[in-house]
Structures are given as C-alpha cells and as structure tokens.
Write a protein that binds this ligand. Sequence first.
Ligand code: ZN
Length: 290
Amino acid sequence: MIKYTRSKYALLLTLALTLSSAAFSQLVQDSVDLQPYDLKIEDDESDEADSVLFITPGADTAYPACTIYGSSWSNIDVNPYGASLANIPDTIPINLAGYTHPNHNVITSRFGFRRWKFHYGIDLRVAVGDPVRCAFDGRVRIARRGRAYGNYVVVRHYNGLETTYAHLSKIKVKVNDEIKSGDLVGLGGNTGRSSGPHLHYEIRFIGQAIDPMMIINFETGAPYTDTLSLAAYHFEYAKELEKVQYWTVRPGDSLWAISQKTGISIARICEINHISRSSILRLGQHIRYR
Ligand SMILES: [Zn+2]
C-alpha cells in the first residue's frame, strides 16, 4: 500500500474546496442574463435532501484512506466532499494492484455528456442475478436504495478511490463491512432509473468521477498500470461541464431566436444537440448552446 503524508493531502483537499467555491461563483455570474438550466446529474442522488455527513470521532484509523478523507464517512451521499480537482498542480500516486473487474466487458454507455445530462460512470451489460464484484479491498460506505441509482453500493478503498455499483437487483453487503477485491457486492439488476439490466459503475477520487476507461483496459479487465499517476487531466471534463449551458425553450422560441440570443450559430446548436434545423422544439425542452 502506498503511504500518504497527511499534510500534503489535507492541503490538497483545502485547495480543492477553495477552487470549487470560486468556480461556482464564476459559474453563477456567467449565467446571470441568460436562462440558465441546472445540469441534471444522471445517476446521482444529490437531489435527496436528507444527506448527512457523519463525522465519527476516532474514525481516523478505522476507515480506509483516512489520510485523504479525514473522518468524512457518509452512509448516504456518494459525493459529500464538494471538491474540484480540475486544477490540481500535483500528481497523486494511486495503487491499482489487486484490481478486480466488477463484471462483463460489454459497454452499453460511456462516461461523459448525454445531451443535457452528464454520465459519471460507465454502463456494463449484465443479466439480472449476475454477480457484481468489488474492485479493490476496502470498506462499504453506502449500501442502500436511491431513486436514480436503484439499489447501490459505494466502497471506499485503501488506495483512496471509491467505487459505485448501481441498479443492483440485490445488495449482498452491509454498511461498514470490510471487503476484499473480488468479493460479491450484489447482483446485477434493473432497479432505479434504468431501462434494461445493466451495471452502472463509477470510479471516484474525493467524490470526483474519473472515466474508468482512462485507467482500466475494458478488453482485458485490468488496469493499464499498477500505479496510476492521478493528475488534473483526469478531471479535465469538469471544466467542460462548467462551461456547458442550456436554454429552456419558451413560447415563441425557435432555433433562430435561440441562436440570436446566445450568439451561437444554428449549425453549432444543431450539432451539439444532435438535432436538425427542421426539428420541432418543445416547450420546456433543454437546448444546449455551450
Ligand atoms: Zn450509467
């Protein structure tokens, strides 16, 4: 296991939190005179208001990667940390040895933009009841049912990563269970916001999702390297995400009108929304223009 120094990561987390609030106020300022539409987060449970961040006294030695996360140990929130890592100056070594690929290699949806949503994981084809296995040694942080994720499990690993397994038909672990790489976390399913059985699989660091395909070879089911150098470019998409803006279609709006008001050409708007010039706009439809 890689040894971390506490001060370095405490500093990193503080930096990330500062950047996050600065970026947020910039985002708010940027969208003042247009009709902003909040980006909907696919497969995210952040709309649930009952989120609680549990601070457990003395948890420092009990929970994985405490040098990075301190005593943050929420049993509800996938991302209670509010960090932004798109500008981290350093690389962070992450030990990927002992990885188990959670299930099949057939990808049905990739990480990234999905029209007006962002997909923070990768979807893998499973049959209902297929075993879903844990990626690394760690401890179960969340095992519950959510509206979007359905039955899902989040595991904090000793290497600092957290993995999420969603839409399970059955959960086979309990909160706070210590588990090993390859252990069964649940069975494949179709629960939550899901149209057909699949496993929604996420890899995160301090709450920030990483495209699993950047670090795992999905043809072999093995990491590209045993020691990942996590860097700002792994979180580059977050900058794109902050830039993305949507127009909500109101009475009288046309592609021409939206183009005039946003200063973005009709051709470009059609391209990023996968629509044609003759598409009929619906009231309330979200048209991405940036
Ligand atoms: Zn998904």
